[in-house]
Design a binder for this molecule. Structure first.
Ligand code: NAD
Length: 358
């Protein structure tokens, strides 16, 4: 059965997701695809994902077929699959706070700021979307709220890939539960990105009895995600999300600085992360861990998103509503329940087999 997916924000993450579905559509069930938990996830193959609606504010993307819109500037995601026409026209979404003043030009923002939430709900209903995946820029609080409300109205599940707190917010979680809809989030965690690397190094230190004294994680990139994040006011929830993902694993207070640190245009979709952990070991002797990670940013989260989409569909099939604890702990930086990654993975396997309800 098809999983009908709508997208808010046809940027680099959407491009990687849509290309990924095409790239792995013929993967055989028993192959290991790097970045997916399973090719066959609880009975759903990657090719079961069907894109049915897309919202944008970029006037060059609006009106285009989704398969064409993913290549339009300022998108810079690597081209790793040829996507055939999808028959889905990108429609104008409400701008609200999705576009920061310095992003109006790069995002070629359309002028109609009066679109109402109900129109989004109507599009979702008409498309019979099972879920909406939120790929708006960091700092899009009002826009995220508006799309989430439209989902409640249209009886559509919500997958929140950005650092606004919906799945991890009790009131929102209850709203989705009351409507009989699953919600997963918040802030997608990449396959092997700065967060999971930092979490694992910190976990190793704690496990080996290192007393961590200070740590930082500095990130550089050249895509519009990084350009948007040069405005510190938009970063409040991003810093909380990324910082808590790491500090939640340390049973004591540690001076910590984590976040996006600069925009370097010529890096394009390449992201560079510098990690540093300073601590003390046996005999009060110092230990320093430094790591540098270089990664293509957008495809790094696409496989994880494909797993999330299938977990949400499984929940819908089973009539499970509200925050999906297992997949959110595994796949997001700021889930409703924060646990070590190996435990979260076990939870997802149990969820797939129906041993865990959510
Ligand atoms: N590995 C990753 O790439 C990763 C990991 C975690 C979180 N995220 C988050 O996912 C989100 C998307 O990342 P991205 O790299 O695709 O960003 P992007 O800048 O490439 O895309 C964002 C898109 O949203 C559009 N947009 C802005 N306001 C809108 C609105 N109100 N309605 C509809 N569309 C709107 C923009 O025009 C743009 O096309 C960001 O918040 C990012 O921080 C990405």
């Amino acid at each position: 059965m098809a999983i009908k997916v709508a997208i808010a924000g046809v940027g680099n993450c959407a491009s990687a997701l849509i290309q990924g579905v095409e790239f792995y559509k013929n993967a055989s069930d028993d192959t290991a695809v790097p970045g997916l938990m399973h090719v066959n996830f609880g009975g759903y193959h990657v090719r079961d994902i069907e894109f049915v609606a897309a919202f944008e504010v970029n006037r060059r993307k609006i009106g285009k077929d989704l398969a064409e819109a993913i290549w339009i500037e300022p998108n810079v995601c690597a081209r790793f699959a040829e996507v055939p026409t999808l028959g889905v026209e990108v429609v104008a979404g409400p701008v609200l706070d999705g576009v920061a003043p310095h992003m109006k030009e790069p995002f070629c923002t359309h002028k109609d700021e009066k679109m109402l939430d109900s129109e989004v709900a109507q599009v979702l209903e008409d498309a019979e979307a099972d879920m909406l995946v939120n790929f708006l820029p960091v700092g899009s609080h009002d826009a995220t709220v508006s799309y989430a409300k439209a989902c409640l109205e249209a009886k559509c599940a919500f997958v929140n890939c950005i650092p606004e707190f919906i799945a991890s917010n009790t009131e929102w979680a209850e709203d989705f539960e009351k409507k009989g809809l699953p919600v997963a989030g918040d802030d997608i965690k990449s396959q092997l990105g700065a967060t999971i690397l930092h979490r694992n190094l910190v976990n190793l230190c704690v496990d080996r009895g290192i007393k961590i004294e200070e740590t930082y994680q500095l990130n550089l990139g050249g895509n519009t995600d990084f350009l948007n994040m040069t405005m510190e006011e938009r970063l409040k929830s991003k810093r909380i999300s990324k910082t808590e993902a790491v500090t939640s694993l340390v049973p004591y207070e540690v001076p910590t600085r984590i976040g996006p640190s600069d925009y370097v245009p010529f890096l394009g979709d390449n992201k560079i992360c510098y990690l540093y952990i300073q601590g003390r070991k046996f005999g009060d002797q110092p230990i320093t861990v430094r790591a540098k990670l270089e990664v293509e940013d957008s495809p790094n989260s696409a496989g994880v998103t494909i797993d999330v989409i299938r977990a949400v569909k499984l929940a819908q099939d089973r009539g499970i509503a509200g925050p999906l604890i297992s997949i959110s702990s595994y796949a997001f930086k700021h889930p409703p329940v924060q646990v070590p990654d190996d435990l979260a993975k076990e939870w997802v396997e149990d969820f797939i087999q129906g041993k865990r309800e959510r």
